[in-house]
Design a protein around this ligand. Structure first.
Ligand SMILES: C[S@@+](CC[C@H](N)C(=O)[O-])C[C@H]1O[C@@H](n2cnc3c(N)ncnc32)[C@H](O)[C@@H]1O
Length: 243
């Protein structure tokens, strides 16, 4: 493992298979174990991840798109805002703020994390799941002009595992695997970085037999010999200090 000396307790690596389900389970466990009452899904759009009635909590969904929010079911407090805006303001404070496939879409990674920090109560938690550079399909998506990238993804990788990556422009700001540099940036904002997990593997290759076999062998090797910058997705659990 490179670049993470002294950070071993904060960093982990897992196979991508099942990562979405594990993220949801860990989030639910966090909400229950911390008895969180106020929770916000940032970028939840039309499909918020959790159902408020199943957890008996005050559930808010914040999204830049009023159109996406209008498609979300009733039962959520809906907030229209750009989470990476310099002048972002949110009157409410939350015990848990989480995102799934939002981080790659914000134009300013630092401002995004600062704004999430401002939404938390002291001692509150933020958790995020997102695709990372420098996984090849995402790297190509960032380098190519938006419409060309979209077409290439459609042609070569018609199956997408999660969400609607092709529908919203992606910038991948501050979206990388669990490197020491990335942890330091989050700590400078004020977060305690509890756990930063990199996932190896990529579903985009599953329709191309030769590539699929190579990708599987590479992922198995990487799980034994992790290289943080080669993660294809990552999740992080952060805490705002209690004071
Ligand atoms: C790929 S979708 C993910 C939706 C949902 N979290 C899921 O996993 O299905 C990205 C969502 O983030 C929202 N979004 C993009 N940029 C945003 C920003 N700067 N602030 C708030 N929401 C944003 C989009 O409107 C969209 O609803």
């Amino acid at each position: 493992m490179t670049d993470v000396a002294g950070r071993e307790e904060q960093i982990g690596f897992e196979p991508l298979v099942g990562a979405g389900e594990r993220y949801e389970q860990r989030l639910t466990d966090l909400i229950r174990s911390r008895n969180a009452q106020d929770v916000c899904d940032v970028g939840g759009g039309a499909h918020p991840l959790l159902k408020p009635e199943s957890l008996s909590i005050n559930f808010a969904v914040l999204d830049i798109s009023e159109t996406e929010l209008s498609k979300a079911p009733a039962g959520y407090t809906k907030i229209v805002a750009d989470i990476s805006a310099q002048n972002f303001q949110c009157d409410r404070r939350f015990d848990v703020v989480f995102t799934k496939f939002l981080a790659e879409h914000v134009r300013d990674g630092e401002q995004f994390h600062r704004n999430v920090f401002s939404m938390l109560k002291p001692g509150g938690f933020a958790t995020h799941l997102f695709p990372t550079l420098y996984a090849l399909p995402f790297f190509a998506n960032r380098l190519l002009p938006e419409n060309v990238g979209r077409l290439a993804l459609k042609l070569f990788f018609p199956g997408r595992i999660y969400g609607n990556e092709g529908k919203f422009p992606a910038y991948y700001r501050w979206c990388c695997g669990p490197t020491s540099a990335q942890i330091s940036r989050l700590e400078r904002i004020g977060f305690r970085v509890i756990r930063y997990t990199g996932y190896f593997g990529h579903p985009y290759y599953k329709r191309v037999p030769g590539l699929r076999t190579l990708e599987r062998a590479k992922s198995e090797w990487l799980l034994r010999h992790p290289i943080p910058v080669l993660a294809s997705y990552a999740s992080m659990l952060l805490q705002k200090p209690a004071q």
